[in-house]
Ligand binder design. Structure first.
Ligand code: ADP
Length: 213
């Protein structure tokens, strides 16, 4: 089993940017958001289950998931959100574990936006890496990227785990309150550490999750 680092952070914290930088250095990437999209696109494995749970109206005319309607259904309804997650999470996990097992990368970064809710055990992670920045910067960056209004970004953030909850599960933290160059420097410093932990684990079967910061 390869050495696995779970990557999380709030929306706009810089997860995708960090993931891209690690991949450029040679890490393998499992992108759980991408897997979730594949499961819910036309012909996706989750669609019949979602149609059973929420009614056929949840599908768009082309047979893919009507994402806007799904978001609307779960936005203010915690029970509906739990139902959605109880369908999607096991499928995302199964597909991720299959990708993990098939990987030959020296170590794997697993991008899990909902890591706090899902739990590191679900992916048998060796480390948890959190990308962190002040909430005001998250809002600024998401607004610049998406054109969403501040209230919409704040609503999305309040549906996620809090900054403190994320930091509490972190073995390693990347501080993304500075420039992109600062971010790249932190990635470049962590990559050899993960390579080394991966090779130690490979040689001895040691559990690096015990070796916390
Ligand atoms: P996430 O994947 O966590 O939602 P992204 O990596 O997509 O976050 O980053 C959000 C936006 O902010 C992107 O447009 C990205 O280019 C930009 N960004 C990320 N880090 C920085 C930084 N240190 N300085 C300036 N812009 C940044």
């Amino acid at each position: 089993m390869p050495f696995k680092v779970g990557l999380t952070g709030g929306i706009g914290s810089g997860k995708s940017t960090v993931a891209e930088a690690f991949v450029a250095l040679g890490a393998g990437l499992i992108d759980t958001d991408k897997i979730a999209r594949r499961l819910t696109t036309i012909g996706g494995e989750a669609l019949p289950l979602l149609a059973d749970a929420f009614g056929a109206g949840i599908l768009a005319a082309d047979g893919s998931l009507n994402r806007a309607l799904m978001r609307q259904k779960v936005f203010a309804d915690a029970a509906a959100r739990r139902r959605l997650e109880s369908i999607l999470h096991p499928l995302i996990r199964a597909h991720s574990l299959a990708e993990i097992a098939a990987s030959h990368a020296p170590w794997l970064l697993i991008d899990i936006p909902l890591l706090v809710a899902v739990g590191r055990e679900a992916y048998a992670l060796d480390r948890a890496l959190v990308v962190d920045c002040p909430e005001s910067l998250q809002i600024e960056r998401v607004m610049a990227r998406s054109g969403l209004a501040e209230v919409e970004v704040v609503a999305m953030m309040s549906a996620q785990s809090s900054r403190a909850e994320r930091l509490a599960i972190a073995d390693d933290v990347i501080d993304n309150s500075g420039s992109l160059a600062d971010l790249q420097r932190q990635v470049a410093a962590l990559h050899p550490c993960y390579l080394k932990m991966a090779s130690i684990q490979d040689a001895s079967g040691q559990d690096m999750s015990k070796n916390r910061r």
